[in-house]
Each structure stands twice: as structure tokens, then as C-alpha cells.
Write a protein that binds this ligand. Structure first.
Ligand code: PLP
Length: 447
């Protein structure tokens, strides 16, 4: 594994993390609360590890994004990136908050429909959609398919024609813009697998207009994730605007620009991506094109809405360096620190723990991988066996990326809504781990 990112600023204190996480508060008696609901009470009843999502935060952030676009005078459809959190309860809340869905698989498409998101508000992205997934999209009559290659255009045309259907298609263009984010979440530079090379886009748009079953409507772009500054967006949208003009000059109509997702949040002290600034860039680069605009945010909506609760199994002393705080949550639950060297805030649930003078510690899970590390040499209040913590900003790319590695059942999920909470997914039972496993009886022989 690569070295952990080196930060130039000290780790934020408990107080600083609370200041940047407005849905969290610390009560002297009840400890850490999400929307005023004590997280200790949830952990007492449900146990740990346990994901907790805030319905209010999802609604507020969706509203904030919508208002930012409206204030900039833009009419923008918002499609929630289902891959960031595909729980039906979450999808249902964002749908009621006025969002459609951006899906990247047949499974996500079916979940979005199940959550009540109309097909007319679903867009299908991704570099490799199977024939069965394309058929499903056509059957459901979704709004648009974002096509990522010449090959996919031909395949989709074949599938649509064989079904006697037509579908709106946007070409996902790779604008060759570096989003200056982590290499594993950058998607818009030449040489990665996403999108159609900029120089080939017009040719393919023309091809799409000639193929049966396809109605090319415009272009889509998504340059990466956790983007905090507007320069990459400005550069990408500027290139797309140019492409729209060139396409129209070639006599081909363009009515849609899908601006993708990627707006970042404040995990540590980086500040969050501003929806108002994004709206400003969309308006200045694309506002005068007379196209229907769309965005596909995932992380910005869902990440700050969730925490992962965990308990300290034990505190392991080492002869040199920081002690290990070993949690009952692990990389199989929250993969981001292992996969992306992601930094997540960690707060004690107990107010008593929260006020202790900080020490440096390594916070790890019990999985048999060195990569199973949540925080390296992190300044934290000292945590003893049995102490509980919340790992912050885990509402996006959290539970959805879980596995059962090391035969660890999937953690429970809870939704807080106002002053009430309920379990939205019970902890997986250990028996479920092998429920679909078959001993090798009845083996077949190929003659
Ligand atoms: C992942 C993804 C998104 C969402 O990205 P966020 O960083 O979560 O906003 C949007 N569009 C596409 C095509 C994606 O692959």
C-alpha cells in the first residue's frame, strides 16, 4: 500500500470536527448526537459496528443544491449517483427531495425503480453495460443512456433495434482535464477507461445519429470525485460547450448537457465544494447554450449524512510509536481508508472521552491485512477498551462498498429521522454467510 497522505495541518480537534459537522453535537450527558439523537443509545440497542444515516441531512443537502442552481437562474435536473449509497430508504428520501438517479448497473436501476424513482428520471452511465442491462434500460424506458465508446453505440443500436425501441443517448466525453484529486478517483484524463476521447466525440455523435434505435441528444462529462476547486469543472465544461457548438455547426441538434458529479465535501479541514460556485461555473460555461442541464452528485449529498459506529475491542501497546486502537469495525465495513488512503474524522461517543487531552494513536480494524487501517498516528482523545467512536462522513461510499471478508457479517444500518430512529437493515446473521454455499455434491461431468 502507498504511504498515507501527509497532511501539512494538524489533525482537527474534537471541537473543530464538531464545528465542520453541523448535524453532530456533543451533550455532556448523552454524548455525541446526530440530529439530536444520542448515538450511544443506538449503539446500546443495536450493537456495533453500525451505520447511522440522517434523513434530515440528505433532505437539507438536496435542497441546498437545488436552491444553488435555482438562484443561479438555472434549470438543472439532479440525478443522485446511486453507487454512493444504494439503500432503498436513502434513494426514497432523495427521490422525495426532488432527485432522479444516475445508475451504473442493472441492479442499481432496479433498486432505483423499487425506491419509487420514475424511469423518466433515471440516467444509465458506465463503461461496460451488458446486453441484458441495456435491454432492461430499454424495457423500463429510462430517460437516457450515457454511452462511453464507439463499440457501445453499435451494441446499443443493435439491442434497441431488435426490441423496436428508440432511446435518448448522450456521449460521455473524456475532456482530458485533471480533476487534481486522488488518482483512483480521477476519471477525466486521457488514458483512463472512462469516456470517449474528445477528438472522436463529434464523429461518434454523427454515427449515433445514423444508427437505428438511437436519438443522440447531447454530451455528458464526469471528471472525478471529491473535487473542491472550480478550475477542473470550468475547464471541462468549457470544452463541452465548444463541442456543443461544433456539433451544431455540423448540423446535428444538441439539447442536453449532463455535467456529472464529483463535488467534494469537508472530511478534514479542506472545506467543502460549493454548490453555489458550481452553479456559477455551469452558468458561465454552459448557460447560454439553450440545453437541458443535469448534474449527478453522490458524495456531496450522502457522505456527511452518515456515520459508522464502532467499539474499541482493545488497546494494544507497542514498544515504539503510537498505540493501536483496535476497533470492531474494519476495512470490510468501510473500505475508503484502505482503498484511497481516505481521511475520516473519528469522534468518541462519550462526552467524558471527548474532553480528554489527545494522544497519537493508530486506529485499525481486526482484519488480517496491514491495509486495514482507519487512521495512522492520529491525534485523538485516548480510547480505552469498550469506548465507542463514530467514524464521520461515511454516508457515501461506505456501506455500499462493504464485503464479508474474514467472514464478518454486514453491519446493521439505522436511519435517524427527526427525533426518531429505526433499523433499516438488521445486522447480517452469521448463518447468512454460508446460506448460498453448496458443498460439491452432484458435480457434473462433460463427456
Ligand atoms: C461516481 C459517479 C458520479 C458521482 O460522483 P460523486 O463524486 O459521488 O459525486 C456521477 N456520475 C458518474 C458517471 C459517476 O461514475
Amino acid at each position: 500500500m502507498a504511504d498515507q497522505t501527509v497532511f501539512t495541518t494538524p489533525d482537527p480537534t474534537v471541537r473543530e470536527l464538531l464545528a465542520t459537522h453541523s448535524n453532530l453535537s456533543l451533550d455532556v450527558r448523552s454524548g455525541l448526537m446526530l440530529d439530536g439523537v444520542p448515538l450511544q443509545a443506538i449503539a446500546d440497542e443495536i450493537g456495533t459496528p453500525c451505520w447511522v444515516m440522517s434523513a434530515d441531512t440528505l433532505r437539507k443537502r438536496a435542497a441546498k443544491l437545488h436552491n444553488a442552481m435555482k438562484s443561479a437562474g438555472l434549470s438543472v435536473s439532479t440525478h443522485f449517483a446511486v453507487k454512493s449509497n444504494d439503500h432503498l430508504a436513502v434513494l426514497s428520501i432523495v427521490s422525495q427531495a426532488g432527485m432522479g438517479a444516475d445508475v451504473v448497473s442493472g441492479g442499481e436501476l432496479i433498486k432505483a425503480r423499487k425506491a419509487g424513482i420514475p424511469a423518466s428520471r433515471i440516467v444509465f452511465s458506465g463503461v461496460g453495460k451488458t446486453d441484458a442491462e441495456l435491454r432492461l434500460a430499454l424495457q423500463e424506458g429510462i430517460a437516457q443512456i450515457n454511452v462511453e465508446s464507439a463499440e457501445e453505440l453499435e451494441i446499443l443500436s443493435g439491442v434497441a433495434s431488435s426490441m423496436g425501441r428508440e432511446i435518448d443517448v448522450a456521449l460521455r466525453v473524456n475532456p482530458d482535464v485533471d480533476a487534481k484529486t486522488h488518482a483512483k478517483i480521477t476519471t477525466g484524463v486521457a488514458g483512463n477507461k472512462f469516456g470517449i476521447p474528445y477528438d472522436e466525440a463529434l464523429g461518434l455523435y454523427r454515427l449515433a445519429s445514423e444508427l437505428s434505435g438511437l436519438r443522440p441528444v447531447g454530451y455528458a462529462v464526469h471528471i472525478g470525485s471529491q473535487i473542491l476547486t472550480m478550475e477542473p469543472y470550468r475547464a471541462a465544461y468549457g470544452r463541452i460547450a465548444e463541442l456543443v457548438r461544433v456539433t451544431r455547426q455540423a448540423g446535428l441538434p444538441v439539447t442536453v448537457v449532463d455535467c456529472g458529479g464529483g463535488l467534494g465535501i469537508c472530511y478534514r479541514d479542506e472545506g467543502e465544494g460549493s454548490p453555489e460556485a458550481l452553479a456559477g461555473v455551469i452558468r458561465s460555461e454552459l448557460g447560454d447554450l439553450d440545453v437541458h442541464l443535469a448534474i449527478e452528485p453522490g458524495r456531496w449529498i450522502a457522505a456527511p449524512a452518515g456515520v459508522l459506529l464502532a467499539s474499541v475491542i482493545l488497546r494494544k501497546k507497542v514498544t515504539e510509536g503510537s498505540p493501536f486502537i483496535i476497533l470492531d469495525a474494519a476495512m470490510n465495513d468501510l473500505l475508503r481508508p484502505s482503498l484511497y488512503e481516505a481521511w475520516h474524522g473519528i469522534l468518541p461517543l462519550s462526552a467524558h472521552d471527548a474532553v480528554l487531552a489527545p494522544e497519537e494513536a493508530c486506529v485499525v480494524g481486526p482484519v488480517c491485512e496491514t491495509g486495514d487501517t482507519f487512521a495512522q498516528d492520529r491525534s485523538l482523545p485516548p480510547l480505552q477498551r469498550g469506548a465507542r467512536v463514530a467514524i464521520l462522513d461515511t454516508g457515501a461510499y461506505g456501506a455500499v462498498m462493504s464485503s464479508t471478508y474474514n467472514a464478518r457479517p454486514l453491519a446493521a444500518e439505522v436511519l435517524v429521522d427527526g427525533d426518531r430512529w429505526s433499523v433499516i437493515r438488521p445486522r447480517q446473521k452469521v448463518e447468512d454467510l454460508w446460506a448460498n454455499e453448496i458443498l460439491s455434491e452432484g458435480m457434473r461431468v462433460e463427456a
